[in-house]
Design a protein around this ligand. Structure first.
Ligand SMILES: [Zn+2]
Length: 304
């Protein structure tokens, strides 16, 4: 598939199990099927099964082995359709919506979405440069709005870092303080950055860091939002998309799953001009290991 995809193309190209399987094989083995164990090219299809057998080591395997599709009971075309929907919907899609669209149970839809989401991850360590905006927002919790002082108490801080005309990173950060923020910034912003723009929060103190002298601020308290080129408006617009996603599609996002939703959101955002987003996401699914249901539903303490 060489072009962007729409729903009609999706149904035409991937409307059957066999078509999906063939596509996965093309993506996983562009130079021909190889044994997953010994890399031998001498492999043969097993008649009547969606498997191959290796002539060199007798290993039997399918194209979904050791991928996120491993052991799935769901037809591949439903995986493909859900992947398409998650790629295309700007604000994300709720498990309830996927449930209705695919005619599957809520639990299956929830698990499916989480596995696709887990695969939507940018290569680790990509750093932003040029003109970078940084801002923080607070997600979840019960105390909506200001009023009682510690309104952010039950909320999870999310740091948004956006390179003008480039990528966006969202990072969830509990117990946010200056040191933690500096660490996040060091992991996400290249030291060659031209300028870092923030508001005047005391959180952003770059003295004695590698970004010293590259920091510009706008004073939101004095109702200053733009000063020449200095603004945090583009990262703030990304936050408003995130919040609409959480309110409109995901409803209530637990602290535990927040990083996964942030990942989905930035994956989609950073690929908004990529005509091969669907293919690239399927490639990610092939490259991702299986994610077990019990892993997802384990409490944070269990996972630690
Ligand atoms: Zn082999």
């Amino acid at each position: 598939m060489k072009q962007a995809i729409d729903l009609c193309r999706l149904i035409e190209d991937f409307g059957s199990e066999e078509k999906c399987r063939t596509y996965l094989e093309q993506l996983r083995w562009p130079d021909g099927t190889r044994c997953l164990k010994c890399q031998s090219e001498k492999v043969y299809p097993i008649l009547g099964r969606n498997q191959y057998v290796c002539d060199s080591c007798s290993y039997q395997f399918s194209v979904t082995a050791n991928t996120i599709f491993h052991d799935t009971h769901l037809p591949l075309w439903k995986w493909f359709l859900a992947t398409y929907l998650l790629c295309e919907s700007r604000k994300g899609m709720s498990a309830n919506q996927i449930k209705r669209t695919l005619g599957i149970s809520y639990k299956t839809a929830w698990y499916l979405c989480h596995r696709i989401r887990a695969a939507m991850v940018e290569a680790d360590g990509h750093k932003l440069s040029g003109k970078v905006e940084i801002d923080e927002t607070y997600i979840g919790g019960k105390n909506r709005g200001a009023g009682k002082g510690h309104w952010a108490e039950n909320k999870t801080p999310v740091i948004g870092i956006r390179e003008r005309g480039g990528h966006l990173h969202f990072i969830a950060a509990n117990n946010l303080n200056q040191t933690k923020l500096q660490d996040i910034i060091a992991r996400n912003v290249d030291k060659s950055v031209d300028v870092i723009m923030t508001d005047e929060s005391a959180l952003y103190n770059f003295n004695m860091t590698q970004y010293q002298g590259k920091h510009e601020t706008v004073n939101h308290k004095a109702k200053e939002y733009v000063r020449g080129d200095v603004t945090t408006n583009t990262v703030e617009s990304a936050f408003s998309l995130l919040k609409r996603g959480i309110v409109g599609a995901w409803h209530k996002v637990s602290v535990k799953h927040l990083p996964a939703y942030l990942q989905e959101m930035t994956w989609r955002f950073n690929n908004r001009k990529n005509p091969f987003l669907f293919r690239d996401t399927i490639l990610k699914l092939i490259a991702s290991p299986n994610l077990e249901y019990k892993q997802l539903t384990a409490t944070v303490q269990d996972a630690a």
